[in-house]
Design a protein around this ligand. Sequence first.
Ligand code: PPY
Length: 356
Amino acid sequence: MSLSSIDDVLRGWDGELAVSCHDERTDTWMFIAVHSTKLGPAGGGTRMKSYAAPADALRDACLLGRAMTLKMAVAGLPMGGGKSVLAVPRELSAADRRHLLLRHAHNVEVLKGSYRTGPDMNTTSDDMDVLGEVTEFAFGRSEARGGSGSSAPDTAVGCFEGIKASVAHVFGSPDLAGRSVLVQGVGAVGEPLVRTLHAAGANVLVSDVSLPRVSALYDELGVEVLAPESVIGAEVDVYAPCATGGVIDAAAIPRLRCRIVAGAANNPLGAPEDGELLSEAGILYAPDFVINGGGAIHLIGYEALKWSKEQVDAGVVGIGATLTEIYARADAEGISTETAAERLAYARLGQPAPPA
Ligand code: PPY
């Protein structure tokens, strides 16, 4: 990611506000980006990660917060969008991690419910339990502490439904038997996704920067393992990025040999216009904020809306139908699927979509 200044980040951002502080004990920059409260309190997870510069972390929070606004709107949830980033300089000791989480919980509490957090990259239900000692505005606490537990399995289910809808659009049938699907990143979401795809008869390929993770799946399911540098050029029906964002950029797109990009990673595109480049390359793109909405549906459904399991499951499975509708609109209007999805979100927000 390029080095950027706070000036670049906030001038170009259409969100409501970003709050920040620096934690001296852990040398961590802490950001909360509240992108929109138009449809309800801003919701979005807390990400813990290292960045080259504080402004890069702020940019991540701002763009991820915007994606949350679109995600909530498309999923029909009465919430706005936001995100937090704890830009740690290194992996923290347990005591330092707890200190940082308690400070973050205090910051969330200061926002009095206008921003509500949850687990995200490198944070878990256990971390939400720590936040819960200070603030009630943390979704995804453990079931023992009154939360709805990990939303990752439901994110995987939504992604699976989205892959089927995408395969149906391109190949005329949602049947995954014999279809090749490459899952990049086999963590909390990617791993259950691999199992579901495998059970559905797909020819699953996996890649992860962590060798133990992929070798466990190789031993158990016999899935093919790809080196991280072979992912972009892999000849597969579906490429499912389920790890970090920014993997599909102007340099990667001409090298892609897949028919479909449909994965659970947030912000997989390097830049907004990369959605158009994928479309021009004849690759069907499942917009991230639609296909990865299962986690938000799980957290908000169970905890804010008090939905039953049947209602949450129906919401998560509905991601397939939402994508089918977006693909039909994109075809009918001659626009990219990213643009069609953004227009759907902005229509629900009652705001004009930014120019494509
Ligand atoms: C995500 O879907 O990326 C999230 O961050 C999930 C979420 C949704 C609502 C509150 C907290 C986290």
